[in-house]
Each structure stands twice: as structure tokens, then as C-alpha cells.
Design a protein around this ligand. Structure first.
Ligand code: MLC
Ligand code: AMP
Length: 504
């Protein structure tokens, strides 16, 4: 049996004429369209010299065609490598160098610049792809037959590489296998009772596991349909909710919905499930949402390296402030971060995970991979948590210096390095503090060198060339000195306290 994820998906598709997706402009794509278009992309990739195991990088806008490209990669046995559309040239440079993709796909409007980077990064095979259906690889695919034998892949074969930044050093490419993605999609579709009757309102980006694997793969496994929006547009979400049965989002989606007076119980009478993840959903939002709509948001917990690990129950109490229980086939334990000894129920420690969902390794970084696994195969998440007496997992903090802003991860070390490289900055410290819209707001505190005049606007402008927008501090505050302890270590806790009200 071919265990290529696409073949597994295809076996589940019973009705070829069923709608796979409807876009905001009313265009409808059936499962038969999906099969044909993904085959055409697979043929196009083979034409471009892509062999099984080759990487195909894509920094492209959200569109249904982009989903077909992803599936085309799977079918050709290639490794799909989606890149955040917000990444700047210097960020892209790193990913292309590190991953050496056989083909790198970009938006037509940045082709010249992208090509220059790609040539230097030794990834000269550049194709273009626009969300309006134009672009060189789309044109090439259109010339193909639409008949392609999906390449055999074992469950252990890599299907995708998703980059995740680190507290120190370079971003790591987490290699997710066909088996990782398939087992997780199946477990989630079961846990959340997906059926072919479901219509999922999709407003997430498709370059992260949440919008790409959780949302799309579950839909494909269950033969459900998507209402596929280019992004989070409140008015459009309110317009589409009455036609939807499920919505997935980061907490910012739900706090934004609650700020709209038009969002009420009547509007969501067809919805059977709201799912939240990627960042903590505050118990207040959970309660307010239930009061307003009668729906208890189902919160789940995952990460790039593991897909989804735990979920609140579909039937049973969805407990605010918790991420529920391990999914079927997945083990989650709490350990002492130093010794690795398993702790008792109720004690706070490192969350560790083992199961068919857990990635195999980081791309070309064996020592980083080794550092993240215990000898008995458990993955060390870097999240701190505890189980309560009823078996619900609570995430209580992070062992990693990480800010999650609107569901995007920002590593302070990366932002500090970009700030420290600016003329006139002597030193900097970056922290996350409560932000009404994004949950946490990236906030920088800097010390000027030789009384340099550092305006906030100037600093933000300089950073725009280096960092994706979501990483740029919402506020940059200039101080005389950073708070340090006796050992000289910057006291980030003090900074978080000092600026805790800055976005209120
Ligand atoms: C946009 N901006 C952000 C931001 N998103 N800044 C900080 N954090 C963010 N998340 C910037 C914009 O560039 C803009 O800058 C300004 O903030 C205001 O933008 P906006 O128009 O209000 O933002 P919007 O485009 O509506 O995007 C907000 C959002 C989006 C929340 C809809 O960020 C989003 O879709 N987030 C989802 C991320 C996600 O999918 N995460 C899953 C990762 S997987 P300017 O300067 O132009 O004003 C994972 C594992 C798991 O974590 O468990 O799922
Ligand atoms: P990423 O590296 O982008 O995959 O981000 C994964 C991280 O997001 C996890 O390690 C957690 O810190 C965080 N995360 C995901 N889901 C939740 C959740 N429901 N509650 C709290 N944190 C979460």
C-alpha cells in the first residue's frame, strides 16, 4: 500500500464532485479539481527536475492553488517548505541557504529581488506564483495532463520542513513525515468529530502547521469543505459564520470577534465547534465567549515539531485555561527539567511528548535534534505545565525565552541582535507584555550609545529591512540603563512588570 499522505487522503475521498473549497469571490473547487490540479503541479515539479526528497520552498500568498502546490509536492515525493510571506530578504536568504531547495517559488512582484537572493543561496531554480492564478509554475502546471501516479512514500519519509526559531542561534527546520501528518490529522478528525457535512471557516495563514496541517489535512481526511478566506477580515468572518460549522483560530481571532457587537448567538447557530490554539486563550475570553454565544471554545496544544498533542474534549467539560488531555496514541508527561525525572500529578515541570506525531529530526542539525530528545524517545517541548486531578494539562509558562504575538513566535534574542546592530544602540532587551489584540506585545527597551538620539520611528524603520513586521516591537523605549542583578544578568521580569500596562 502506498503510504504517501496524498494516497491516504485520496482513499478517504468518496465523492469527487463534493466541494473541497469555496473562496471569498465565490469560486468553487471540487475534490476532483483538487486531484487534477495537484497532479498537474506534481508533473510540473518533476519537469523542473524535482526528485523525491528534494525541497520545494514557497513564499507565496494564500490561495487554493497554493494548497494544490502543497499536495503536488506530496504527490511528487518532494518536501514542502512553506515560508512566512512577511519574511524579509535577509530572513529568506537564511532559509534558502539552509534548505537548498531544488525549486523556490515566490510572488511575481518580488521575483527580481528573490532571484538575486536565491542565486547567492545556491537555489537558482526560481518560479513565480500569484494568488490570482498567474505565475510561471501555474502556467507550466496548466500544460500538464492531470494524470499522475503519486510517488510511493513510507510513513517515515519527510513530507515537509517547517522552520522554527530558537532561543539562541539559527532557525531549525523541523522535518515532518508523511506518517506524522497523517496520524495527527486522523486523530484530530476523530477527536473533533469531523464529517463530510462540515464546513470549516479558514482564515489562518497557510505557512504554519495550524492553518496548513491542522485545518487542511483534517478537512481532507474527513472529506469536509472549506470556506477559504485570504486572511482574518472581521466583516468577512461575520458574513461567512452563518454558513460554517467549524472555525479554527488563534486567540486574537476570538478577542476580535468579541469586540464586535454584531457577533452573537444567532450568527453562529450553525456552528458546532470553535477551536483555539497556537497561544494561550485567556480564561476570561473563554468565559465571555461562552456567555455571548453558548459555545465553549475547544482549546488544544501543539507545536511545529509535534503537530497537535492535547485537546479539550469534544463532549465533556472544556476547561478554561487548560489544553485538555493527550490525543489518542500520544503520551504526555511532566518531568523535572534538570534531571528528567517524571514528576507527580499536580507538580509543575517540563512538558514532554512521545507519539507518532513527533517529528524525526531537525534538518541538518543532529546535535540540536539530540538535545531535544530524552533517551527513551520523549521530545522536550520547552513548555512548562502540570496535570490537574482530572487529567487536564495546564500550560503554566515556558522554559524558552519566547514571545507569542497573535499566534506568531518571536524570539527576543533575534530582535535584540537586530537592535544591537543599529548604530547608536549600546544594548537592548526585548520582552513580551500583555497586549489587548495580540495577547503579548513585543516590547524593546534600549540604551543609547554616547547619548545618540534614537527616535522610536527611526528604529522601527531600520528594523523593517531586517525583520518580518510581526517581530518588530510595537514599542521601543529608550532608558539610561537596563535593570541587572548582581551577576550582571538583565532582569527581564522587572522589565515585564515596569511595562505591563503599556498597551492598555
Ligand atoms: C500582523 N501584525 C502583527 C501580527 N500580525 N504584529 C504582531 N503580531 C502579529 N501576529 C502587524 C501587521 O503587519 C501590521 O503592521 C500591524 O501588526 C497590524 O496588523 P493587523 O492588520 O491588525 O493584523 P492582521 O493582518 O489582521 O493579522 C493579525 C492576525 C495574524 C492575528 C490575524 O497575525 C494571524 O493570522 N495570526 C495567526 C498566526 C498563526 O497562524 N499561527 C500559528 C502558528 S503554528 P503595520 O506596521 O503594517 O501596521 C503554532 C503551533 C500551534 O503556533 O499550536 O498551532
Ligand atoms: P511553534 O513553535 O510556532 O509551533 O509554537 C508552539 C508553541 O506555541 C508551543 O510550544 C506553546 O508554547 C505555544 N502554544 C501552542 N498552543 C498553545 C495553547 N493552546 N496554549 C498555550 N500555548 C500554546
Amino acid at each position: 500500500m502506498n503510504t504517501n499522505l496524498y494516497s491516504v487522503i485520496k482513499e478517504n475521498i468518496v465523492d469527487q464532485e463534493k466541494t473541497f473549497a469555496e473562496t471569498q469571490d465565490g469560486q468553487i473547487y471540487s475534490y476532483a479539481d483538487l486531484d487534477r490540479r495537484s497532479a498537474q503541479f506534481a508533473e510540473a515539479l518533476v519537469d523542473l527536475g524535482v526528485l523525491p526528497g528534494d525541497r520545494v520552498a514557497a513564499q507565496i500568498d494564500k490561495s487554493i492553488e497554493a494548497i494544490f502546490l502543497y499536495l503536488g509536492c506530496l504527490r511528487a515525493g518532494a518536501i514542502y517548505l512553506p515560508l512566512n510571506t512577511g519574511y524579509t530578504a535577509s530572513e529568506i536568504n537564511y532559509f534558502l541557504r539552509d534548505a537548498s531547495p531544488k525549486v523556490a517559488v515566490c510572488r511575481p512582484e518580488i521575483e527580481t529581488q528573490f532571484r538575486e537572493i536565491a542565486i547567492v543561496a545556491d537555489a537558482p531554480n526560481v518560479e513565480t506564483f500569484a494568488s490570482d492564478g498567474t505565475g510561471s509554475i501555474i502556467d507550466l502546471a496548466a500544460t500538464k495532463s492531470g494524470d499522475f501516479d503519486t510517488v510511493d512514500r513510507s510513513p517515515e519519509a519527510p513530507a515537509a520542513i517547517l522552520y522554527t526559531s530558537g532561543t539562541t542561534g539559527r532557525s531549525k527546520g523541523a522535518m515532518l513525515t508523511h506518517g506524522n501528518l497523517g496520524s495527527n490529522a486522523q486523530a484530530l478528525a476523530n477527536a473533533w468529530r469531523f464529517t463530510s457535512e462540515d464546513v470549516l471557516l479558514h482564515a489562518l495563514p497557510i505557512f504554519h502547521i495550524h492553518g496548513l496541517f491542522v485545518a487542511i489535512n483534517i478537512t481532507l481526511f474527513a472529506g469536509s469543505s472549506l470556506i477559504f478566506l485570504p486572511g482574518f477580515d472581521l466583516a468577512e468572518i461575520l458574513h461567512q459564520l452563518p454558513r460554517s460549522t467549524v472555525m479554527m483560530g488563534v486567540p486574537t481571532f476570538y478577542t476580535r470577534l468579541l469586540r464586535s457587537e454584531a457577533f452573537d448567538q444567532d450568527l453562529v447557530s450553525q456552528v458546532r465547534l470553535f477551536v483555539s490554539g497556537s497561544a494561550p486563550l485567556s480564561p476570561e475570553t473563554h468565559k465571555e465567549f461562552e456567555l455571548r454565544t453558548g459555545h465553549a471554545i475547544l482549546e488544544r496544544y501543539g507545536m511545529t515539531e509535534t503537530n497537535m498533542n492535547t485537546t479539550n474534549p469534544y463532549s465533556g467539560e472544556r476547561r478554561a485555561g487548560t489544553v485538555g488531555m493527550p490525543l489518542e496514541g500520544i503520551e504526555v508527561r511532566i518531568t523535572d527539567p534538570e534531571s528528567g525525572n517524571v514528576l507527580k500529578q499536580g507538580e509543575v515541570g517540563m512538558i514532554e511528548i512521545k507519539g507518532p506525531n513527533v517529528f524525526k529530526r531537525y534538518w541538518r542539525m543532529p546535535e540540536k535534534t539530540e538535545a531535544k530528545f530524552r533517551e527513551d524517545g520523549f521530545f522536550i517541548s520547552g513548555d512548562l505545565g502540570k496535570f490537574d486531578a482530572q487529567g487536564y494539562l495546564h500550560i503554566v509558562g515556558r522554559d524558552k525565552d519566547l514571545i507569542i504575538s497573535g499566534g506568531y513566535n518571536v524570539y527576543p534574542a533575534e530582535v535584540e541582535a537586530a537592535l544591537d546592530a543599529i548604530d547608536g544602540i549600546a544594548e537592548s532587551a526585548v520582552v513580551g507584555v500583555p497586549h489587548q489584540d495580540f495577547g503579548e506585545g513585543v516590547t524593546a527597551v534600549v540604551v543609547a550609545r554616547d547619548e545618540a538620539d534614537l527616535s522610536e520611528d527611526h528604529l522601527k524603520k531600520v528594523l523593517t529591512d531586517v525583520l518580518a513586521k510581526y517581530k518588530i516591537p510595537k514599542r521601543i523605549i529608550c532608558v539610561d540603563r537596563l535593570p541587572r542583578n548582581a551577576m550582571g544578568k538583565v532582569q527581564k521580569k522587572d522589565l515585564r512588570e515596569s511595562y505591563s500596562d503599556i498597551y492598555r
